[in-house]
Design a binder for this molecule. Structure first.
Ligand SMILES: Nc1ncnc2c1ncn2[C@@H]1O[C@H](COP(=O)(O)OP(=O)(O)OP(=O)(O)O)[C@@H](O)[C@H]1O
Ligand SMILES: [Zn+2]
Length: 723
């Protein structure tokens, strides 16, 4: 008997390797095809992978059930999956799962038909038949179900009339063709700087080759207008475009801007687009009927048919790092996808990551600078308020100088924005009598009071309960006090000081991410709000023309963190938020409330010396061999019991291969020592820049004892979070 033909199939499950299957007679398969494979007792979708099927004992070999008529993974996409799995140490099947989101049977639907009255009378007229003929009397063609529904009868009555020739089946008119973005529509008249950058981008797109371009342009310099020129070039060359944004909730204004420029909104892809929408987008990018997509991280896995450009907006944003499942950085993987597709990649930011700046300095990326704001607008004046000497009275959070600046702003008919990166009312609730602190039962974290929802909430696991009247420890009534501010508390303080002002809170838990947020952003843009108070949601990309004052309530919020990027993050966040001021016709200013006015990040902001900041930060990172001058990978060990996590952490440390130049630190208790009832320990490997750290990590895990007894181990290559 001849051996059956076999193929290797990758399944979207937590498996790294492919499985070998027999191909049923008569089925022709090529790598990338989507197939149905038996797995255990169930059937599982999978993708034919590269490589000849391994010889497997014929008796154990299972046979594929068939091919799915759907766009699979072309060569570059398969390489993309392999590469990400290799780099992040995630099982390949888990990466594949991201590339199969929105997968659907693409068999073309049968032409749609409907019924129309012919005018012929049926042999017998029942009341039900009369109703149908009455409903069809207007001559409109309707699908069977619609006609039956309009007449209020069952579909069999329609069948009966058709059998007797009183109704006939005719094709329904085809749906109108989708309107496509039109790159020929005129864009704005660009300034000389913008035009220079736009021209360079157009050339990169026209070349149709992989290359990375960093647009380093100050806030309000028109980066969006400039990369829209690259989008126009790609579209006019018949290529598809992907624009990535760190937080899709905030892209509604961009969608409108895109529509203004190209005539229609682009397709949108992110986690909260429903299944239907996802299926439509995946299919549209595969068959080419969708030309432009705006997406969150996962849009990188869409099967574009002719991708000609990827733009990563706000490329510095930490939200590009996925922090669960496959721990990948979508900015870096966008660069990889561009390389595999042979398409240019544009990274844009007013505060580029040190990684991207260093890549530009090394000549790996081209750099385009937009050093000035559009329309001759000045950058905002930034000053620090030293909270040690000029802070507010006890129990308040806005320093007198900030309060009077708000008053001036409001009386000039302008808008103020107060930024505090803390949701809720207060970060800590404490009993005045016994000192008890309200803590999450599942996490090592304080419960945050949300007065708006009248509850105490854990921001790590979502645990929430009503705010108690009495202290749960000592029983004292009315003894619980809220310590520290969150945005809701700042709102109360602002409302008490400025009772006439229209105040809006922008925070994910108050606004959500849907239409409500879009409406609120629109109200702010129109000037229907006087004081905007918000979390990091307010820092990103907004263009509020009436906004002239920005106050950072706690400019130091990120400085103390045990994070090698703490200074960079502080600088970026504050530069972004202060960059919202003075974008209209009036100049802007910003006040930073800080206990550390001499910190290099704060000083650079006040002096308007971004190059100085980057220079100092670059030297510090170089000296410490921190990214991008060295490489890091973290290992996070979790277990229900602290001892188990610690013991496994120590076993891992002992098993670390000794290699010159590699330092292994830890285990140490994670700053966030417990989450969802699991104790957490961290280890960190530090390596020279050119070292193959993923390979080292793989060898390390292979040499270490297997985790047992509820212990879990996760590897985070290029960590962004150090909690
Ligand atoms: N050449 C131009 N003609 C007309 N308007 C322009 C031009 N360039 C920029 N603008 C306008 O200036 C404002 C700021 O531009 P844009 O939002 O593109 O800046 P940005 O660099 O992306 O800013 P940020 O990094 O702060 O988000 C927008 O309202 C934009 O429409
Ligand atoms: Zn919790």
């Amino acid at each position: 008997m001849p051996l059956p033909k076999t193929v290797e199939v990758l399944l979207p499950v937590a498996l790294d390797r492919t499985l070998t299957y027999a191909v049923p007679d008569g089925l022709e398969l090529a790598p990338g095809d989507v197939v149905v494979a038996p797995l255990g007792s169930r059937a599982q979708i999978g993708v034919v992978w590269d490589g000849a099927g391994e010889a497997v004992d014929g008796a154990r070999l299972k046979t594929l059930e068939g091919r799915v008529p759907a766009t699979g993974l072309a060569g570059p996409m398969r390489r993309f999956v392999d590469w990400i799995a290799d780099y992040t140490l995630a099982p390949r099947g888990q990466v594949l799962r991201m590339a199969l989101r929105g997968l659907a049977d693409e068999t073309p639907p049968p032409p749609k038909t409907g019924f129309r009255a012919t005018g012929a009378a049926p042999s017998r007229l029942t009341p039900a038949r009369e109703k149908v003929l009455a409903a069809a009397a207007d001559g409109v063609v309707r699908p069977k179900a619609r006609l039956a529904e309009a007449a209020g009868v069952s579909a069999s009555v329609v069948d009966g009339l058709a059998a007797e020739g009183a109704l006939e089946l005719t094709p329904l008119p085809p749906p109108p063709p989708q309107q496509q973005p039109d790159p020929a529509r005129p864009g704005p008249k660009l300034t000389p700087h913008q035009a220079h950058a736009a021209e360079a981008l157009r050339r990169a797109v026209a070349d149709g080759q992989y290359r990375v371009v960093l647009i380093d342009g100050v806030t309000g310099s028109g980066k969006t207008e400039v990369y829209c020129e690259a989008v126009a070039e790609a579209l006019s060359r018949g290529r598809q475009t992907l624009v990535m944004a760190p937080e899709i909730a905030l892209t509604v204004p961009f969608l409108d801007r895109f529509a203004k420029r190209f005539g229609v909104r682009p397709a949108v892809w992110h986690a909260s687009v429903g299944d239907m929408g996802r299926t439509a987008v995946r299919r549209g990018v595969a068959d080419g009927s969708i030309r432009a997509v705006v997406a969150a991280r996962s849009g990188l896995f869409l099967p574009f048919r002719e991708l000609g450009l990827i733009v990563v907006d706000e490329e510095h944003d930490a939200a590009y790092k996925q922090e669960d499942g496959v721990l990948y950085n979508a900015r870096d993987m966008a660069v990889l996808r561009g390389r595999l597709e042979g398409a240019p990649v544009v990274l844009a930011s007013a505060t580029p990551s040190l990684e991207s700046r260093v890549n530009a300095e090394r000549g790996r990326y081209a750099k385009l600078a937009l050093p000035a704001r559009f329309g001759g607008r000045a950058m905002p004046e930034i000053a620090a308020i030293d909270m040690r000497v000029a802070g507010p009275p006890r129990g308040e959070w806005l320093a007198p100088r900030l309060v009077s600046a708000i008053a001036q702003t409001l009386s000039a008919g302008e808008q103020a924005l107060l930024f505090l990166n803390r949701r809720g009312y207060a970060p800590l609730t404490l009993c005045r009598r016994c000192g008890h602190r309200m803590k999450c039962p599942n996490c090592s974290a304080w419960l945050v009071e949300h007065r708006f929802r009248a509850s105490l909430v854990c921001h790590h696991c979502g645990h929430s309960g009503p705010t108690p009247d009495a202290c749960p420890a000592c029983g004292a009534a009315d003894a619980l006090v809220a310590l520290g501010p969150g945005v809701e508390r700042i709102r109360d303080e602002a409302a008490a000081r400025f009772p006439e002002a229209r105040i809006s809170i922008l925070s994910s838990d108050v606004m959500g991410a849907g239409e409500r947020l879009a409406a609120e952003l629109d109200a702010i843009e129109r000037g229907a709000v006087d004081i905007v108070i918000g979390t990091q949601m307010v820092t990103k990309g907004h263009h509020f023309p009436k906004l002239t004052l920005v106050g950072a309530v706690d400019a130091d919020f990120a400085l103390g963190a045990a994070d090698p990027r703490a200074a960079e993050r502080t600088f970026q966040m504050l530069q972004q938020v202060t960059g919202r001021a003075g974008r209209g016709d009036r100049p802007g200013r910003a006040l930073l409330q800080t206990f550390d006015p001499d910190h290099p990040a704060i000083r650079a902001l006040v002096a308007g010396d971004r190059e100085g900041f980057y220079a100092v930060e670059t030297e510090a990172r170089k000296a410490a061999m921190m990214p991008p001058f060295g490489r890091l990978a973290a290992v996070i060990v979790t277990a229900p019991a602290r001892e188990a996590a610690e013991a496994h952490g120590r076993a891992l440390a002992r098993a670390a291969p000794k290699v010159e130049g590699i330092r292994v630190l830890g285990p140490a208790e994670a700053p966030l020592a417990m989450v969802r009832g699991r104790h957490r320990m961290r280890l960190l490997a530090q390596a020279p820049r050119t070292f193959d750290l993923p390979a080292y990590m793989r060898a390390w895990l292979a040499a270490a004892p297997q985790p047992r007894g509820g212990v879990r181990v996760a590897v985070d290559v290029d960590p962004q979070s150090f909690l």
